[in-house]
Design a protein around this ligand. Structure first.
Ligand code: FAD
Length: 309
């Protein structure tokens, strides 16, 4: 089993992790950025990002590729498909074990593991995942060319992904549990102009299908009437939950929803463990915020490592 010793281990390569990597490398810290999946985190799944200053409209994956290239300029590469399996405090720092079974010793750790999509928890969702159920329109949307699709969730993610799918699918419907949509107003005129059928105050009850998704059973919450809608695909956007397994392993203080509590310097309750981006309690779940807090965390980690602050 290989071993290495570094200053700062960054766990996650979303906007918080990549930005932290740039700041840490520019401070001459020896740093590695571990990523259990592909680089770029949630932002790389955004169809278009329109609110990151300096880039009027850019594919999320393109934006994140540019950031990773920027990081590479400082000699640090995102280690894709080499996530952190476990981490523990040891004398003088932390011991991490990677998916590639390497043991890494680090003086400080930055947890930037972000969030993952919440599941609806209805019958058929788990069984038909990958067989018509998806949580990423950008990844799986093109498969539904000319087909019937339901998007569940009327927040920003549901609406923007619904608008994306509408350009591909023959029919798209958007299903929202509450009486009104919860997206930014900027999307409403686009939605009105589109052919998307919006069903508000509607509860998804069950996904039906044998080999693949065939229908979605829903309930009109006003009348209590249940019905089945024939669909080929269902995209689910009903919120995000923290990926906090490692934070728990480290003993970081979490809020009641499982997000990491930090100081303004992004320090967690465990000395030498910092956190940034969407995994942090009370954060604004946006790229610009993840980047800013990643920068702050890297500089705080630098102070900790160099000056023992
Ligand atoms: C569909 C969608 C569209 C969005 N559009 C926009 C937008 O237009 N504008 C905007 O500002 N924001 C947008 N957001 C929000 C933005 O993407 C997030 O706020 C941002 O990505 C959070 O960054 P992060 O670095 O904290 O975490 P994430 O981006 O979630 O990255 C966390 C990374 O950590 C990795 N990871 C997890 N566990 C481990 C482990 N054990 N070891 C190693 N790696 C691990 C994950 O694989 C992931 O890559 C969007 C989000 C979604 C889902």
């Amino acid at each position: 089993m290989a071993e290495s010793s570094i200053n700062l281990a960054i766990i996650g390569s979303g906007p918080a992790g990549i930005t932290a990597g740039i700041y840490a490398a520019r401070k001459n810290l020896s740093v590695r950025v571990f990523e259990s999946a592909a680089l770029g985190g949630q932002t790389s799944l955004a169809i278009f990002v329109e609110n990151y200053p300096g880039t009027k409209r850019i594919r999320g994956s393109e934006l994140m590729d540019q950031w990773a290239e920027h990081l590479k300029e400082f000699g640090v590469e995102v280690e894709e498909a080499n996530g952190i399996k476990s981490v523990k405090k040891i004398n003088g720092g932390f011991e991490l074990v990677t998916d590639e079974k390497e043991t890494v010793n680090a003086k400080a750790v930055l947890v930037v593991t972000g969030t993952e999509n919440k599941k609806l928890g209805i019958p058929g969702e788990k069984e038909l995942y990958g067989k018509g159920i998806s949580y990423c329109a950008n990844c799986d949307g093109p498969v539904y060319k000319g087909k019937k699709v339901a998007v569940i969730g009327g927040g920003n993610s549901g609406v923007t992904n619904g608008l994306f799918i509408e350009e591909i699918a023959a029919e798209t419907m958007l299903i929202e549990f509450m009486p009104e949509l919860n997206c930014d107003e900027v999307y409403l005129p686009k939605l009105e102009k589109s052919k998307i059928r919006v069903l508000k105050n509607t509860q998804a009850l069950e996904v039906k299908g044998e080999e693949r998704v065939q229908a979605l059973k829903v309930k009109d919450r006003a009348t209590g009437k249940e019905s089945e809608i024939a669909v080929d695909g269902i995209f689910i956007y009903v919120g995000l939950e923290p990926r906090n397994r490692l934070a728990k392993e480290l003993g970081c203080k979490l809020d009641k929803w499982g997000f990491i509590e930090t100081s303004v310097e992004q320090a967690s309750s465990v000395k030498g463990v910092f956190a940034a981006g969407d995994i942090v309690s009370g954060t604004l779940a946006q790229t610009v915020w993840a980047a800013a807090s990643g920068a702050r965390a890297a500089l705080a980690a630098y102070d900790f490592i160099k000056q023992g602050k």
